[in-house]
Design a binder for this molecule. Sequence first.
Ligand SMILES: Nc1ncnc2c1ncn2[C@@H]1O[C@H](COP(=O)(O)OP(=O)(O)OP(=O)(O)O)[C@@H](O)[C@H]1O
Length: 242
Amino acid sequence: MIEVTNLTKKFGSKYAVHDLSFTVEKGEVLGFLGPNGAGKSTTMRMITGFIPVGRGSIRVCGLDVEKEPERVKDKIGYLPESAPLYPEMSVTSFLGFCASARGMRGKARKEAIERVIETCFLQKVAHQTIDTLSKGFRHRTCLAQSLLHDPEVLVLDEPTDGLDPNQKHEVRNLIRDLGKEKSILFSTHILEEVDAACSRVVIVDQGKIVENGTPAELRTKSECQSLHELFRKVTTKETTAA
Ligand SMILES: Nc1ncnc2c1ncn2[C@@H]1O[C@H](COP(=O)(O)OP(=O)(O)OP(=O)(O)O)[C@@H](O)[C@H]1O
């Protein structure tokens, strides 16, 4: 569903992403891990068509993101790291605006809004303006907009960032449930989330993949007791050498 092949992106002379290749199949939740600045958001922004691909290729549901960007956008729901919201709109009117922008009309639009409000547990704030929402509810409103068109592929950049433990738990469960039917790529710094929600993990460091496997495979292979230990082992070479 997502096929990333030899993906490279440079900003000036610096590689943000260097020769990445991985896939996310249907029914798979891939946890995308890495330290700050490892290249996760840049990769996600290329997959979703927000920035151009440098070198290499990306296919989503068999479509080349560079050749068929509009069709790819119909297949993908994207929660960016800093998602834009209109503070003066209510949750329902914001979702209605996003649904209209996606070309939804009439009954289908109304049903889509109701569905995502329920999925993201937004019922009690549905008519509240966005500027009066807590961070967690704002975040869920962003997540809800990414689900409006019931996409086959979800790309979620730190979807649990800033949520309280209860909300984190709910969002992880939601991701795990959605992942049964969809392909999900999600980035996180919270390693517990990998066991809670992911079927597979890719760890990137300085734009390159340093590990790829199920959480259990990675622990066994590395002889590390925990993902924390493995993460530190594979991503801190430069810092420890310095
Ligand atoms: N528009 C840009 N112009 C110049 N450099 C950029 C740009 N976007 C990203 N970078 C650089 O590319 C590298 C990768 O950044 P990226 O945001 O993809 O990392 P990340 O893994 O998502 O980090 P974080 O976990 O902190 O969100 C960093 O060195 C960053 O400074």
